[in-house]
Write a protein that binds this ligand. Structure first.
Ligand code: 13P
Ligand code: ZN
Length: 273
């Protein structure tokens, strides 16, 4: 007898992640979306339950992902509802030969479709997995702190990364490669997905100006923890810049270099100025 996919650890993990993201206030209304690569080996115990139910058209073809399966949130679904109703808010899809469509294997039971940011999710997975074979999660959300940061700093990866590194000791240890940034573009478009994907070769987190952030990771903890850390540092930076006591202490380039040395990190030298 095959097992019930709804009760799988894979679904429970994405439910817990959704609840934690919502608790942070990162996902008002239908904002944000999540995808998780699921290997054929992980799907094997669920057998006939995962027969194709219907086809889903992809707006950008991903032939290189043919045969790969993703558990992904639905467009216009609320992250706060994922754990209450996984079978309608989530769908498991396997990309078909040619990459123009996918088979829906489970979920989206009310006729739903994958997130409007699917091109970004699949593109991010494809680019990141080329340099990290364990890549699994792509998480997108709208933390106020990150949106604010993008509104008071130029859209410059070096400037944004330095701002975050300098306000909180752990930042350079957690994201020594820095944070990617993309200036404002129309959301939910293939364009933003296509522009974003290659950024995940250099970065694990990407800020979209006036919109939010996306992180990739091998585990839910990796991707979620990275956003948590960036959210906290962005919040500190924005609050720090909004008070003027006549005194301001930030980590200096020399102190950052000491952290880099003591943790054996690889950081672009010209970002430590
Ligand atoms: P979806 O509801 O299509 O997932 O879109 C939400 C979002 O955050 C767009 O950037
Ligand atoms: Zn968004």
């Amino acid at each position: 007898m095959s097992m019930d996919f709804s009760s799988s650890d894979i679904v429970s993990e994405i439910c817990r992640l959704s609840d934690d993201m919502y608790a942070h206030g990162w996902n008002e209304r239908n904002s944000g979306n999540i995808s998780r690569f699921v290997s054929e080996e992980e799907l094997r115990p669920y057998g006939s339950e995962l027969e194709p139910k219907r086809k889903i058209e992809l707006t950008t073809p991903f032939p290189a992902l043919a045969g790969k399966s993703f558990l992904i949130t639905g467009t216009l679904k609320y992250i706060r509802n994922v754990s209450r109703s996984p079978k309608t808010t989530l769908g498991l899809m396997r990309i078909c030969e040619g990459g123009r469509e996918a088979d829906l294997l489970w979920g989206f039971e009310d006729g739903g479709r994958p997130t409007s940011e699917t091109t970004m999710h699949l593109g991010a997975y494809l680019e990141r997995s080329a340099i990290d074979s364990r890549q699994k999660y792509v998480i997108h959300c709208h933390p106020a702190s990150v949106i604010l940061l993008s509104e008071i700093l130029p859209c410059d990866e070096k400037i944004i990364s330095q701002a975050l590194w300098k306000v909180m000791n752990e930042c350079i240890v957690i994201f020594p490669e820095g944070v990617g940034a993309l200036d404002w573009m129309i959301s939910s478009s293939d364009g933003i997905g296509i522009e974003s994907a290659p950024k995940f070769r250099d970065f694990r987190a990407l800020i979209w100006a006036m919109h939010g952030i996306t992180a990739v990771g091998d585990t839910a903890d990796d991707a979620y923890g990275l956003i948590e850390c960036i959210d906290k540092a962005a919040d500190i930076y924005v609050r720090l810049m909004s008070v003027d006591t006549g005194y301001r202490r930030l980590l200096t380039p020399d102190e950052l270099r000491l952290i880099v040395k003591s943790f054996g990190l690889r950081v672009r030298e010209d970002w430590l100025e």
